[in-house]
Design a binder for this molecule. Structure first.
Ligand code: TEU
Length: 608
């Protein structure tokens, strides 16, 4: 009797203790959450969030026709239900903003970047109700939605173009039309100048019906709109207003550099010395067709329009490596333009592993930070739908480290779908090639130019077609590595790229990452490091081994600033299985072992 009483008392004490511990831990996690939210509360959403680029053709296919779509889980319940059904995944991933590549009505010659109706959803993705539901569901879960906006050109199937060809007012000057320079010996009209398409060959296409050439910076089925025509600008304002009124949270603007061309169509662009292929866009210096000063008032109008709504994001695609050119697109304090032009410097820099060193990475990161106009905010991009996947370019071993770098440097990271699980390029045969840029280079050179390898379906699980569709085929092949490289496997695994990514997404919400400053204490050929520091909020050290071999480094010897003897590991790349550097452990900074390509995040306890 006595014994059973004792046992009961013991159990009661245990239960009370467990309840107290649970309450304390809940309370402390609440405190942590509140702190993070406070850190974010006085900053616009796009500064505190990760932006996730969803390429809608390749996220999830519900309809199912082998191409991804938007349709909502509620409307057509199914295991696979378009992007909308991935809202929980995205929220759990820790991203705050989802940028959708174009979903407008389109003949899909350039996979949505050729728009035939700017205010309609292409049936391949669903309809306007599906879109409204996507926005509602995303907003419900605290996610923002950014639309891709493609003002430089429309599809040749757009009503405006059809009417422009026929010189129907007010559309006559909606596009860039020019008379021929003359006729060749066969009597064919000669284009007005030597301007080239980004996708190869002349940028001029003859219209028999109108008896003039039209200009196309990209495909001939993507005629350039004429921004010198006020009605075009007004229509673009109306289109933006339409989507803003629907509740979208901002825009990513396509091909901004190409918005204007000089008025004088007799001017030829100078050739780049030594270029051998006259059809290659890179063979000319694009002084008359890119980055014209007329662009800025147009962007300014968009900024002003967006500012009539609370909290809207404007980000611009400006492909340039000229810092002065790039920074102009931020505008300045009295003439604000974009919240940011994308920072593609890392994409350019991370072409392959052989050129990647701690020093070169430091220089590239510094280029953006040091040139940033006063009060402006950085951003970091390592991949998108126009380039090969970063894990294929520089090596799978660097996946975690690069996510640490872009998520923990000051500024907004942009993640291209699949980067969180380390997706790789998919080999696409010439027969399967879809991308017009690849097709234009022909069977011998398509591989160097095709963008298809980075656009293949998201790898969700190990079921057929990686859980992307129940159709019998997919618009681009699924990467054969999907059986092992997929979201479900990485959720189950004890350590995975996905888990690291999720942890990073939580960590970066701390005040020190939102508001702290950055320094680069140790930079060598192999090693890239940075410290994030905020007075009275502590400091974090990120260390990356860019070499392809394991190293043991002495950070204390090579440092430009005082470092403590020891630090505590917060997280490390999944390749590191050492018993001595497990998260939570104290490690010596004069003898820090790192695997090839490893990234490690540490806390420095003492102020330095
Ligand atoms: O890319 C356009 C763009 O700016 C680049 O292609 C750039 O012109 C080139 O790299 C210069 O060397 C956007 C989209 O991202 C792309 O997918 C589309 O194909 C293109 O516009 C046309 O809309």
């Amino acid at each position: 009797m006595k014994r059973s009483l004792l046992i009961t008392a013991f159990i009661v004490i245990l239960l009370v203790l467990a309840a107290v511990t649970l309450t304390i831990s809940l309370a402390s996690s609440e405190v942590k959450g509140t702190q993070a939210d406070e850190a974010a509360s006085d900053m616009p959403f796009w500064k505190t969030s990760i932006i996730y680029q969803a390429y809608p053709r390749s996220i999830s296919d519900e309809l199912p026709d082998g191409t991804g779509d938007l349709v909502g889980f509620n409307q057509r319940p199914s295991l696979m239900a378009g992007i909308t059904s991935k809202v929980d995944y995205l929220r759990d991933l820790g991203v705050g903003v989802v940028w959708l590549s174009p979903i407008y009505e389109s003949p899909m010659k350039d996979f949505g970047y050729d728009i035939s109706n700017y205010t309609a959803i292409d049936p391949i993705f669903g309809d306007m109700d599906d879109f409204d539901e996507l926005v509602a569901r995303f907003h419900e879960h605290g996610l923002k939605v950014i639309m891709d906006f493609v003002p430089n050109h429309s599809s040749d199937q757009h009503e405006w173009f059809q009417k422009s060809v026929r010189r129907e007012e007010p559309y006559t000057d909606y596009y860039v039309w020019a008379d021929p320079k003359g006729t060749d010996e066969d009597g064919s009209p000669i284009p007005p100048n030597n301007w080239l398409s980004v996708f190869r060959g002349s940028a001029w296409q003859w219209s028999e019906e109108r008896g003039q050439f039209f200009y196309h910076q990209f495909l001939a089925s993507q005629p350039d709109l004429n921004f010198r025509t006020p009605a075009v600008r007004e229509d673009m304002q109306k289109i933006l207003t339409f989507w803003l009124d629907k509740g979208v949270d901002g825009f990513r603007v396509d091909a901004v550099l190409h918005l204007f061309e000089v008025k004088d169509m007799t001017l030829n662009e100078p050739e780049v010395p030594g270029s051998e292929d006259p059809d290659d866009y890179a063979s000319l210096n694009h002084i008359y067709t890119t980055d014209l000063p007329e662009t800025f008032p147009v962007i300014r109008d968009w900024r002003v329009l967006l500012d009539q709504y609370p909290d809207k994001l404007l980000m611009l695609e400006v492909y340039s490596n000229n810092m002065e050119t790039l920074m102009k697109y931020y505008g300045n304090e009295t003439y604000p333009l974009a919240d940011f032009p994308f920072n593609f410097l890392l994409i350019d820099h991370l072409k392959n592993r052989s050129e990647l060193t701690g020093e070169s990475l430091r220089t590239t990161v510094g280029l953006w930070l040091d040139n940033l106009p006063k009060g402006k905010w950085p951003n970091w991009v390592v991949g998108n739908h126009d380039v090969r996947r970063v894990a294929s370019r520089v090596g799978e071993d660097l996946v975690d480290a690069l996510n640490m770098v872009i998520l923990l440097l000051p500024g907004t990271p942009v993640t291209y779908y699949g980067e969180e699980i380390g997706m790789l390029d998919t080999f696409i045969s010439w027969e399967d090639t879809q991308d017009p840029q690849g097709c234009h280079w022909g069977p011998d050179h398509y591989q160097e130019h095709s963008r298809d390898p980075a656009r293949t379906p998201m790898q969700w699980d190990e079921s057929k077609f990686a859980g992307f569709t129940t159709a019998n085929s997919t618009w681009l092949p699924v990467n054969p590595n999907y059986k092992t490289l997929n979201v479900a496997a990485q959720i189950l695994a004890q350590t995975s790229h996905l888990k690291i990514y999720r942890e990073l997404a939580v960590l970066r919400r701390e005040e020190v990452f939102m508001k702290g400053n950055v320094s680069f204490p140790v930079i060598t050929k192999d090693i890239f490091t940075f410290i994030r520091h905020l007075e009275s909020y502590g400091q974090y050290l990120v260390v990356v081994n860019l070499s392809q071999k394991p190293v043991e480094i002495n950070l204390l010897q090579n440092t430009t600033q005082e470092l403590p003897q020891k630090a505590n590991v917060v997280m490390r790349s999944i390749s590191d299985t050492s018993e001595n550097t497990k998260p939570g452990m104290e490690v010596p900074l004069d003898k820090l072992p790192l695997t090839a390509g490893e990234g490690m995040v540490l806390t420095l306890s003492s102020e330095v």
